[in-house]
Design a protein around this ligand. Structure first.
Ligand SMILES: NC(=O)c1ccc[n+]([C@@H]2O[C@H](COP(=O)([O-])OP(=O)(O)OC[C@H]3O[C@@H](n4cnc5c(N)ncnc54)[C@H](OP(=O)(O)O)[C@@H]3O)[C@@H](O)[C@H]2O)c1
Length: 264
């Protein structure tokens, strides 16, 4: 299927690994010029080299931490220098935090807010002027989480902030229509990325079991009886970023193997 995005320009934030990396790869495979961003320059350099090996094209990159306002300012200037216009923005920064309500103080709530919600807001703000210049109409795709639609136990702080992203998408998809920009999000279920590798190791140590046992335990709740692969989430990101999704706006699409059981 021709997604109609060949020759367009995309910025992927959170691109050095996981779902962001696979989204960058999927866009490159569609002939999109992709710009990468995440915090760690070394990881970005490695990711850019791996993408060159996989697709023949080495993307340019910029290191920025979305929780730091000064880094966002430098991202905005870099983007202005790199691209006359931006067609696609993918924001793949965030993550779930396992903690009970009574374990979380104000500082923990604010840090998670900045990581999961304000960081995305800042990235959109940094890219908005460039997206407004897109001749084909800009597209924003945000990574949310199935936990926003079916709040997981022990994850109150990330459940709340990921739910906020759904409201952000609904609001901005309408507010940005005068600029011809569509806004959607993809809500992954449990997906095997570094996020889960690290968590399974930690929980395994605490419980005296192997990381594989932890993954098996968390797999039991998933109707498809397996974790997702990052490229399976990225496929939806690329679709929403494409012109094949030209009438999809303000939506949060679950790609979760069926774990979120609610009807809406
Ligand atoms: N994996 C899952 O099971 C799952 C489930 C539901 C939702 N999601 C959502 O999907 C998105 C991607 O998840 P993932 O599993 O691919 O995560 P991941 O493997 O942990 O990758 C996160 C990416 O974001 C970058 N990053 C982290 N903090 C950053 C910051 N402050 N500023 C800029 N970049 C930052 C990381 O690179 P650097 O270290 O170089 O910064 C990395 O490239 C997140 O929004 C997550 O909440 C994932």
């Amino acid at each position: 299927m021709d997604l109609g995005i060949k020759g367009e320009t995309a910025l992927v934030v959170g691109a050095s690994e996981g779902i962001g990396y696979e989204s960058a790869k999927g866009l490159l495979e569609e002939g999109v010029r992709v710009l990468l961003c995440s915090r760690n320059a070394k990881k970005l350099e490695i990711a850019a080299a791996e993408l060159k090996r996989a697709t023949g094209i080495e993307p340019r990159w910029h290191a920025a931490d979305v929780t730091k306002a000064a880094d966002i300012a430098s991202l905005r200037s870099w983007l202005g220098r790199e691209a006359a216009q931006l067609d696609i923005l993918v924001s793949a920064v965030g993550g779930s935090q396992r903690a009970l309500f009574e374990e979380l103080d104000d500082a923990a709530w604010l840090a998670n807010y900045e990581f999961n919600l304000l960081g995305t807001v800042r990235v959109i703000r940094a890219a908005l002027d460039s997206l407004k210049k897109s001749r084909a109409g800009g597209r924003i795709v945000i990574l949310g989480a199935a936990g926003a639609r079916m709040p997981y136990p022990n994850q109150v702080v990330s459940n709340v902030h990921k739910a906020g992203l759904i409201a952000l998408v609904k609001t901005l998809g309408a507010e940005f229509q005068p600029h011809n920009i569509r806004v959607n999000s993809v809500s992954p279920g449990r997906t095997l990325t570094q996020l889960w590798t690290t968590r399974a190791e930690k929980l395994g140590r605490e419980r005296g079991v192997s990381p594989e046992d932890v993954i098996d335990e968390f797999t039991e709740e998933i109707p498809m009886r397996r974790f997702g692969r990052p490229e399976e989430i990225a496929a939806m990101v690329v679709f929403l970023a494409s012109h094949k999704a030209s009438y999809v706006n303000c939506q949060s699409i679950l790609v979760d193997g069926g774990i979120a059981r609610g009807l809406i």
